[in-house]
Design a protein around this ligand. Structure first.
Ligand code: MSP
Length: 688
């Protein structure tokens, strides 16, 4: 039996999961589901990265010990994956005793195999706590006079002569290049392989692999003759998780290592490519251990070009909120999750960056799920239920003549090819292409109905009707299986409606080349209920309000709330104090005024002065803003209007609703008018 071992990066616990994290996990879940369906012995690992300076600092900021922080946040990831229906995964925490023992074991194995690869030296240089990485000056960007990290756009710290253990990374540039050349699939996609090859060709510097200026990490398992206490560099610690979960005892090795390691593929974001394709294999080579099969890097999900991340609250889309909003009702959450999975995995080929927009999300939902798939299921099952009493679906060989104009022959041929091609694409880590191939078949099945027109056939006399219904029923049987890795809840519903109770495996495509013939002939279909109702404009607006409002309001749960600046007055808009003297230009520039456009407006129940607006500020999603303008404007007068917004006002509750900004208006109690520009400007434009 083949094995398949797929891993996600382990997530930092200084943040709670957002859509960017969920993407990697969902991709791995889909790939693991596909391989399980193929009968591969599949192992799927995810977890949390809990040591290091970043986590220690995050804990201190919140007034917690690092252990308290990690114990609070790590379960949030596990919970999130369970709520998102991720199945059959293992969850590793780097603070577990087992993992810590394996990190120490890796160190000792390196020392035993290549004693000179670890040596003591003094480190001096730049360090980005966000990346937990050392940088050369040439790799940094300038932020005024300071140097900043190109990923985090935040100043880097200067580590001044910190005593450190070094790893002889410089020795491994050549062996790594040779390995990459001999194993073209080691780094995928090709663009990332090329990037690493040219990086390696530039030569490698030795790497500092321990820290002495803080203590939150795995102790280095050998003494420093000077008595300094070292903790293992957090990346050396974290990368070891992929192996430690397979190890049986407290040293590297065991039956699962033998079984799964050779098939390991690490799916990662492009920002952590170097750690996985240079440091990790070099540590393994140094320890005399085999390398994983490969590393597959994906791009970033952005919102209007900005990476979805902790530091940009408006980009932090919560995957569960998005899934629930798409589902429309809590009991349909699994279908909402399917829609989100479909969008994320279909819209962007794995490896590319993708910009999240509501337009593309709703476009995919309505065109692919509601129209193509939803209609096919609905039309087919409704017809089968109606015609089956007189003409039960039945395969009939007389309709299978290999002719290009014979729709019965064509659909069998296409089904067969689709099954083969989709498998090839899933195997190649290309879920987007697999879905494209499957949807081509969905389109063809819809056209098959139009061509054969079963409703026009004579139910009592036309023998083609039973075969036509059989083609449709078997096509649904096939589609239910092909979509299962990405749309498991939809697959389950569909299989139930066609009476397919067999375990969900990937259909065999051997034999006479007709995969539909593998469909059971005793299926009894029943009419479906709607799965993906078309999202009309009000539904779309409601989704935008829910997802955007939630993104803007999210902060890490353990973050200490800033002390209130004045006693809050319940539900009453706070009057701005009038300055007693002139303010400076710098004071004025602290106010972030931006152009906005009102997307939706609704009255706030029992608050006659308030309107609840959503306002597009050119961010991930519109902001929720409560404005005291209801006496001057009806909701439908204001939708579509350009307004000026104070965008950096701390969020607060008005009328029981979170308000994430303020629109500028003239007048006090009675509003005389709303401010706007004398010409059109894109939402988000700064006003000075
Ligand atoms: N802890 C390290 C990984 C150690 S693996 C041995 C880490 N953690 S992370 O939480 O910052 O990021 C985890 C993964 O989430 C990375 O692969 C990163 O690329 C991915 N993503 C975080 N934000 C993302 C997007 N906006 N889009 C896509 N993936 C993103 O790095």
């Amino acid at each position: 039996m083949s094995t398949f071992y797929v891993t996600t990066p382990i997530y930092y616990v200084n943040d709670v999961p957002h859509l960017g994290h969920a993407y990697t996990t969902l991709v791995c879940d889909a790939l693991a589901r596909f391989h399980r369906m193929r009968g591969d012995d599949t192992r799927f690992l995810t977890g949390t990265d809990e040591h290091g300076q970043k986590v220690e600092e995050a804990a201190t900021k919140r007034g917690l010990t690092p252990m308290q922080l990690v114990d609070q946040v790590a379960p949030r990831f596990d919970e999130m994956w369970k709520l998102l229906g991720i199945t059959d995964y293992r969850f590793i925490r780097t603070t577990s005793e087992h993992h810590k023992a394996i990190v120490a074991s890796l160190w000792k194995t390196i020392r035993a195999t290549n004693p000179d690869d670890l040596y003591l030296e003094t480190y001096q240089g730049w360090y980005c706590v966000g990346c937990e990485a050392f940088y050369k000056e040439s790799e940094l960007v300038k932020d005024g006079d300071a140097f900043a990290c190109a990923t985090h756009k935040k100043p880097v710290s200067w580590l001044d002569k910190e005593r450190s253990w070094f790893f002889r990374l410089s020795k491994y540039a050549e062996p790594l290049l040779a390995h990459i050349e001999a194993h073209p699939e080691f780094i995928r996609p090709e663009s990332y392989r090329n990037e690493i090859v040219s990086f390696l060709k530039g030569g490698l510097k030795d790497l500092s692999v321990s820290r002495t200026s803080f203590s939150w990490g795995v102790p280095v398992p050998e003494p420093d003759p000077k008595g300094d206490v070292h903790v293992t560099y957090v990346w050396m610690d974290a990368l070891t998780n992929y192996l430690s979960d397979l190890c049986e005892g407290s040293a590297i090795g065991g039956p699962d290592v033998d079984k799964y390691w050779k098939s390991a593929v690490h799916v990662i974001g492009k920002d952590i490519l170097r750690f996985h394709t240079v440091y990790w294999p070099a540590f393994l080579m140094s320890a005399g251990l085999p390398l994983p099969k490969g590393i597959f890097a994906h791009g970033w999900w952005t919102v209007r070009g900005e990476k979805i991340s902790k530091s940009l609250p408006a980009t932090r889309i919560d995957p569960l909120t998005l899934a629930d909003a798409l589902a429309g009702s809590p009991e349909k959450r699994p279908i909402g999750i399917d829609a989100m999975r479909y969008y994320l995995l279909r819209e962007v080929p794995l490896g590319n960056d993708g910009d999240f927009t509501f337009e593309s999300l709703f476009g995919r939902f309505n065109a692919d799920l509601a129209n193509d798939l939803g209609n096919l299921i609905n039309r087919s099952l409704t017809m089968i239920a109606k015609f089956a009493p007189a003409s039960p679906p039945k395969r009939d060989d007389q309709y299978l003549a290999a002719q290009s104009e014979n729709p019965y022959f064509q659909i069998e041929l296409a089904a067969h090819e689709t099954c083969k091609l989709a498998a090839i694409q899933f195997e190649a880590f290309a879920p987007s292409k697999a879905l494209e191939v499957i949807w081509r078949f969905v389109g063809m099945a819809n056209r098959f109905i139009d061509q054969t027109q079963p409703w026009a056939m004579d139910r009592a006399k036309d023998p083609a009707l039973a075969h036509c219904l059989w083609c449709l029923q078997s096509s649904l049987w096939l589609i239910a299986r092909l979509i299962d890795p990405v749309l498991p809840a939809t697959s389950r519903a569909l299989r139930e409606w066609i009476g397919d109770t067999a375990p969900v495996t990937w259909p065999e495509v051997s034999g006479e080349g007709r995969v539909l013939a593998a469909a059971p002939d005793d299926l009894v279909a029943r009419p479906p209920s709607p799965l993906f109702p078309r999202l009309d404009e009000p539904m779309q607006n409601a989704i935008v309000v829910k997802v955007a409002g939630d993104a803007a309001a999210t902060t890490a749960p353990t973050e200490a709330k800033p002390p209130p600046r004045s006693k809050p007055v319940k539900d009453k808009p706070v009057e701005a104090p009038v300055a007693s003297g002139p303010i400076t230009f710098d004071d004025f520039m602290k106010v972030e005024l931006r152009v906005g456009r009102v997307v939706t407006a609704i009255a706030v129940p029992k608050m006659k002065k308030l309107l609840h607006l959503t306002v597009d500020l050119g961010e991930a999603a519109p902001r929720s803003i409560v404005a005291g303008i209801a006496l001057a404007y009806n909701p439908d007068q204001i939708v579509g209007k350009q307004v000026l917004v104070v965008a950096n006002l701390a969020p607060r509750k008005v009328g029981g609703i979170e308000s994430q900004g303020m629109i500028l208006a003239a007048g006090d109690e009675s509003i005389l008018g709303l401010s706007s520009l004398d010409r059109d400007a894109p939402p988000g434009t700064r006003v000075r």
